[in-house]
Structure formats: C-alpha cells, structure tokens
Design a protein around this ligand. Structure first.
Ligand code: HEM
Length: 191
C-alpha cells in the first residue's frame, strides 16, 4: 500500500474548508501549554469509555490496556506538537490497516475521534480562544477520520483482491457494477 498516496487522496477528496490547515496547527500549538497537560486524563477517560462498552471492550486482549494508553498519549502529543507534515499524514493512513487487523470498525474509530474533539471543546469552554481551538480540533478530527477510514477501505480492498486473486481495477469495476445493481438510483436512469 502507498500510504502517502492514500493520505493525499483522502485530503484531496475533502473540500478545503473542512481540512486541517496550517492555521489550525498554529492555533493548537499556541495553546499547547493548556492542551498537553490534558493528555493523561484524556486518554484514561478514552479507554474508560471503550472498556465500558462491550463491542469495543472485546477488541482488547487481557492486559493490553497500559500499552494502548501509552500509544494514545504519544499520539495526542504528536497531534498537538506536530509537525503536521506528509510523514504524519502517511503514518495515519497506516493506522487504518492496523485497525482492520484488530477488527476495530470505522464507527468505533470515528465515534472516538468525536470524543476527542468534544473533550477538548469542554475543557476550553469559557476560554477566550474557545471557538478557534474547537474549530481547529473539528477540522483535525475530520481529517484524521478521512485518512484513517480511507486507509481502512483500501486495506480491505487489497486484502479482498489478494483473496480472490483478481487485478485491482477489475475488482473495483465489479464491485461498482454490483453496487449499482443492488442499489439502483433514480438519478442514474433507474425507474
Ligand atoms: C480516536 C480514534 C482512534 C485513533 C486516532 C487511533 C489511533 C491509533 C494509533 C496511532 C495506533 C498505533 C498504530 C501503530 O503505530 O502501531 C492504534 C492502534 C490500535 N488501536 Fe486505535 N485509534 C483510535 C480508535 C481506536 C478504537 C475505538 C479502538 C478499539 C475499539 C482502537 C484499538 C486499537 C488497537 C487494539 C491498536 C493496536 C494495534 C496493534 O498494534 O495490535 N483504536 N490506534
């Protein structure tokens, strides 16, 4: 898989108004002294939420939580500190397949990205820059979700191609034709 290409394609599909931008990175970095100390408490609550819900709890193996918490703390610090460069976004495209392997669904992942955004929003309530910080995190969450979920989709497609042993273009055409058959849309000529 070409993780750089996946990240660029996901970002390219997002209307520019919705993407994480350099100004957002600046806003987050400018408030790093308030955001970074939240890391540990945020991650503990993140895993409390996942472990309180059976479908998400079932993803984890016995004794795995400390390791996963450490990864999320590093991840949170990385999204605050940057750099938000091509390497960072390409690495996020790799997080999708990692989740496929562990059977973490996109609904689980996307819901927890919203959890992160809401967490920061609540902590900044009443702060003079609350709106700017919240907006930056909303666009960050949307961009992370786009890249990770697209990486997930591509990993699925490639695994399927390997299983059925067909060239990618052929599989994609067959899937598209089958989807049109299953879900005929009026706007595409069906009556
Ligand atoms: C906010 C949404 C999420 C983000 C940003 C995220 C991010 C990450 C990252 C960065 C890694 C480490 C990848 C690596 O370098 O190896 C990871 C691994 C993992 N994540 Fe997530 N994750 C999210 C949601 C979830 C959810 C909801 C679950 C479970 C219900 C989950 C379960 C896992 C597991 C089990 C691993 C370990 C994979 C392995 O190495 O075996 N993640 N995630």
């Amino acid at each position: 898989m070409d993780f750089h290409a996946i990240a660029q394609r996901a970002i390219g599909d997002m209307p520019p108004e919705t993407r994480f931008r350099p100004e957002d990175a600046e806003v987050i970095r400018a408030h790093r002294d308030l955001i970074l100390p939240l890391a540990e408490e945020y991650v503990t609550s993140f895993y409390d939420v996942l472990f309180a819900h059976e479908p998400t709890r079932d993803v984890f193996e016995e004794g795995e939580r400390p390791e996963r918490e450490a990864t999320q703390v590093d991840f949170f610090r990385r999204i605050v500190e940057g750099p938000h460069d091509d390497e960072f976004f390409a690495w996020l495209a790799f997080v999708g397949p990692v989740h496929v392997v562990r059977q973490v669904s996109n609904p689980m992942m996307l819901a927890m990205l919203d959890y992160m955004v809401l967490y920061v929003m609540k902590k900044f309530r009443g702060h003079e820059d609350a709106e700017a910080v919240t907006e930056a995190f909303v666009r960050l969450g949307a961009t992370l979700g786009a890249i990770i979920s697209y990486g997930y989709e591509v990993a699925w497609q490639e695994a399927l191609q390997n299983v059925v042993g067909m060239p990618p273009a052929l599989v994609q055409r067959m899937v598209h034709e089958e989807a049109q058959r299953m879900f005929p849309l009026r706007s595409h000529g069906a009556s």
